[in-house]
Design a protein around this ligand. Structure first.
Ligand code: ZN
Length: 251
């Protein structure tokens, strides 16, 4: 089975469209949460996402925008964007967001894998370093966890303990690129496909991943997208300017 893994789209429909156009053939789409928040196209992103499949995990921004979380936990810019999003969402989308399942989730057809927004131990926890990853890696019910939340593409594993995280190394700045990462037997992994709509690893290109469960290969992908279009929409919506400028630097 070939899984298309999307996370942290953050209302960036330009980035989502570029990922879908570039995505290799796949059998199922898995969405790891934070569909909304920060960007200016929440309804469009939800409508596209609904058309892609049925497997979703909720993110903290999905909860915040649909009233399921205290905004005091958010920084002022994120809080403002959550309120703006809540205001923009049509009722049907608001209710759909509110009903999204909390991770980790497991799928009967996909044994040995689980899907979560933050950490398998806490859906809102940030797994940034190997130190953060060790406990969830060791105690998880399944050897392979796909997660998001940090907006940092890469992987932690019990095989890479000397080198902290695996981070794909890319050769270009503005072109489409892929990096393959094999999944080995007997090793436990936490794999982050990166953020579609607001990367924070210094690379502005939209990030996603494909996992081929027969070949046991994760393909990390980066694609350029209509950055200017996404920025203009944010400015036109009167969202904080920083939400537009940060997209250009991937921070
Ligand atoms: Zn996020």
């Amino acid at each position: 089975m070939r899984l298309l893994l999307l996370s942290d789209i953050h209302s960036n429909v330009e980035a989502l469209d570029a990922c879908l156009a570039a995505a290799p053939a796949h059998d199922v789409v898995i969405n790891l949460g934070d569909m909304v928040g920060y960007g200016a196209s929440p309804n469009e992103v939800i409508e596209r996402s609904l058309g892609l499949g049925k497997i979703f995990v909720r993110g903290n921004h999905d909860k915040a925008a649909s009233g399921g979380m205290d905004l005091r936990d958010f920084n002022p810019i994120a809080g403002l964007a959550a309120l703006w999003t809540r205001d923009q969402l049509i009722q049907q989308n608001l209710e759909w967001l509110r009903a999204l399942p909390r991770g980790p989730i497991q799928i009967a057809d996909l044994p040995g894998m689980q899907f979560v927004h933050g950490s398998p131990l806490d859906e809102d926890e940030y797994v940034v370093t190997l130190r953060d990853a060790i406990e969830p890696l060791m105690v998880s019910a399944t050897p392979l966890t796909f997660f998001g939340h940090t907006h940092l593409q890469g992987s932690f594993s019990t095989n890479d303990v000397a080198s902290d995280a695996f981070r794909p190394e890319y050769r270009t700045i503005g072109q489409s690129e892929t990096t393959e990462y094999p999944i080995k037997d007997g090793v436990r992994y936490m794999v982050n496909p990166g953020s579609v709509g607001q990367p924070r690893d210094g690379d502005w290109r939209a990030a996603f991943a494909l996992y081929d469960s027969e070949a046991r290969i994760v393909t990390f992908c980066r694609v350029p997208y209509n950055l200017k279009g996404a920025q203009e929409r944010i400015m036109a919506a009167n969202l904080p300017q920083r939400l537009a400028t940060r997209l250009a630097t991937g921070r």
